[in-house]
Design a protein. Structure first.
Length: 300
């Protein structure tokens, strides 16, 4: 099994800092689903090459877009002149080991805002030109409009009025490059805990169906439904007296299984509570019904 050789950094979110681990009977995404969700999210990502001291940073600005192909490889759209594109092109048939680190930050301002990190390690290569490039670009365009706008799913067009061809930068260099990260292993350290993920599990896992909407939904809950979110503390039983009278109630995370809210306890420390939906949701319409069921239960 490929090992990236990089110690897992701390997320700074231990249970003692208001990040309690869930109860054993709580429905939860699998580790592989959590990593797939972060890969498919808009969370910040960077690329590094292990084995050097210090690590060579291949993507200070991160990929412009990323997604997962049906075979489980991660597709990355990077600037053609970036260090990642140059390193992958220089390596050619050699195996360029690489680690992608994704940092997940809550979209609503709060203390301990980093929700977790995921690492996907493997081998980085350019996507070959031709049909594979067009297929990969079409997949990116489906999930990230930037891929279609950049014209990666088309052959370069002749220049207009002496300008560069579409998708081509100065001196004939491609303005954008598609890279493939063949997954050797992955791991995650987030609000659910720490876990390793095997490549086969990563390839077959599905991202959370709310991943593309989570940030907007959490911000909407915080801005337009803060009183109702705060009212959920009534569902905490004996704990409600400790957290319902102090500080804000901030929505932290949302997935198909439920909502996580951060309260403040009687000692002024953050306290996370999970509110499970009656059943897992598959889309935003079902989410609205599930949220209304939670709000009704809190006021009933």
């Amino acid at each position: 099994m490929f090992r990236p050789g990089i110690p897992l950094p701390s997320t700074g979110q231990s249970p003692e800092e208001g990040q309690p681990r869930p109860m054993e009977d709580t429905l939860r995404p699998t580790p592989a689903e959590r990593v797939r969700t972060l890969v498919e999210s808009k969370a910040t990502a960077s690329l590094t090459v292990p084995g050097n001291e210090p690590l060579d940073d291949l993507g200070a600005d991160g990929p412009a877009a990323r997604t997962v192909a049906p075979d489980g490889d991660v597709l990355l759209l990077v600037p053609g002149g970036s260090a990642a594109a140059r390193a992958a092109a220089y390596a050619q048939d050699d195996e360029l080991t690489c680690v992608m680190e994704i940092t997940d930050v809550a979209p609503v301002a709060m203390r301990h805002r980093i929700r977790g990190r995921a690492w996907v390690a493997g081998w980085l290569t350019p996507v070959p030109c031709g049909e594979r490039t067009r297929a990969a670009a079409a997949l990116l365009a489906e999930r990230h409009p930037v891929g279609e706008l950049l014209g990666l799913d088309q052959a370069p067009r002749p220049p207009r009025s002496g300008g560069p061809a579409a998708g081509v930068g100065p001196a004939g260099r491609a303005a954008w490059t598609l890279l493939r990260l063949e997954v050797g292993e992955a791991c995650v350290d987030d609000l659910w805990g720490v876990a390793d993920v095997e490549p086969d599990d990563f390839a077959t896992a599905a991202p959370d169906p709310l991943v593309r909407h989570e940030a907007d939904l959490l911000q909407h809950l915080h801005a337009a439904h803060s009183d109702q979110v705060r009212g959920l503390c009534a569902l905490l039983g004996d704990r409600s007296a400790m957290v319902c009278t102090r500080g804000p109630a901030t929505p932290v995370a949302l997935d198909r299984f439920g909502l996580r809210v951060r309260f403040t306890d009687e000692t002024d420390r953050p306290f996370d509570a999970r509110f499970d939906f009656p059943e897992p949701v598959r889309n935003v319409l079902e989410l609205r019904r599930a949220m209304q069921a939670l709000f009704d239960a809190a006021t009933g």
